[in-house]
Design a protein around this ligand. Sequence first.
Ligand code: SAT
Ligand code: MN
Length: 606
Amino acid sequence: MERTSITNAKAKQWVDEQVALCQPDAVYVCDGSQAEYDRLMKELVDSGLGTPLKARKNSVLFRSDPSDVARVEDRTYIASQKEEDAGPTNHWINPDELKKTLSGLSAGCMKGRTMYVIPFSMGPVGSDIGKNGIEITDSAYVVCNMHIMTRVGTKVLDLINQSGKFIPCLHSVGKPLASGEKDLGVWPCAPMDKKYIAHFPEERAIWSFGSGYGGNALLGKKCLALRIASVLARDEGWLAEHMLILKLTNPEGKVKYVTGAFPSACGKTNLAMLIPTIPGWKVETIGDDIAWMKFGADGRLYAINPEAGFFGVAPGTNNESNKNAMESAKENTIFTNCGLTEDGDIWWEGIGYPAKGTLIDWKGNKKPAPAKDKSPKGEEIAHANARFTAPAKQCPCIAAEWEDPKGVPISAFLFGGRRPSTIPLVHQSRDWNHGVFLGSIVGSEVTAAVISDQVGQVRRDPFAMLPFCGYNMGDYFQHWLDLGKQSTADNLPKIFYVNWFRKDADGNFIWPGYGDNSRVLAWIFDRCDGKDNAVETEIGLMPKDGAINTQGLNVSPAAVKEILSVDREGWKKEIKDIREKHYPKFGAKLPPELAAELDKLEKRLG
Ligand code: SAT
Ligand code: MN
């Protein structure tokens, strides 16, 4: 079957070593073709793991093991030589010890299975900002997802064969098959205490064992494009960030590009694809999750989206909240842990219409359709972290330049999270260092994107990188501060902190979000365009009275005022929490510039 071959000695040796360790029944090097995708998908359907959707062209539904539904942060390791280099926010194991454990677990782990060798590129193939990797996996489901999420194929393999440069990513579901044994439609994975999502930053290598889901298994995404890439970025003077990239066009046809860092499942995909509610403005998508940024010769930061698809949260996605995502997932899409309808389509809570008849829930059980477009807690038809994997090129609002290898010049960075109180709708940093301070204090209510007992609680998630920074977060703050010295204030992106998630006393969201976030984007655009539309406050620059367009907005002027004013008491508590609980975590690694920003803020609040 092998049509593609690895000729580079280094790559060949690495693959041969993994074959000897994992002992697969067969080895197959992927060519990235449609025929390959179709063949593997057919095998997955024939084996009972995938259910083809009658109502959606070339789309298949998968149900995972109930224990394997999201990223496992407690089982995610940064195995640097020194513990200090992993820092206080990562789990650390000595790399030699971890390799010993993983080698033990991996011996014969692919017995009864095919080993797929996936040459892939993060970023347009051959882009100066992009990187190549090879993922070895024993999951055809992972191969199909990687086809959508990255650029897979012979062109990438040619580059790897020529250069010998690639990031090795070894993945196994950790469930070898005995002779004659089959999965029989059951999602293969290992028990929680045998799962390891391991990163070796000095070697730039990834080793993931025991999980087949999302960021645990699609190793180009969080493992390579964030954890390992953040280390490369530190060493090489660029940025690998958990950021969407959008293109904003104002009514005069002027264009600016904006990136935004938000924790998982905080609406990055929705923001990247939003349909403005204010006339004349246009949003187009470059990326919805990750941005790699390098300085160009002109001193501006240029961003590429290293991915080629969207791995979006399904529940809550509908024609109102994100029509473009719904359109992107219309066909050629992989759905995971969604519900199945009688007429062969997917269904999830918040899809925008009630289901009919009997459904099959994400656990494979028959259930009557809920009366409304939602279900009681614990009874959901779709898992809260159910996902769609859809090709980015199917997005109706994908920007023409989304695959430009040189990237797009960034005018603004947004930071945000789910904060029910204190943080206003929008404020701008006074300067770069103050912006880095804002990034460093981001907090958010934990969502179902991670298996955690903290779901719903606010946790600090600096730069939305808490689970994704491949080195000491204190050094990461320093890297951001240092980058600010590499260019001029005019060329550097302006930095904003936004919060769509303020709640009233009854726990209802005050701001409608979604398309109405365009009102905030317009203000940010005008800030970057030099418009006199801001006032100085104790916490930074905020919209002048009337500078946010509220025409047609369904929020009372008093409520708008509330979320656009400084909550002095709230900020005082915030400062206390940062001073006592957040910043001390970084010890001597906390850059003095950030401690100084905290002091200045406290002083200004009086
Ligand atoms: O599972 S993923 O890590 O890819 C999704 C997310 O947490 O954003
Ligand atoms: Mn993400």
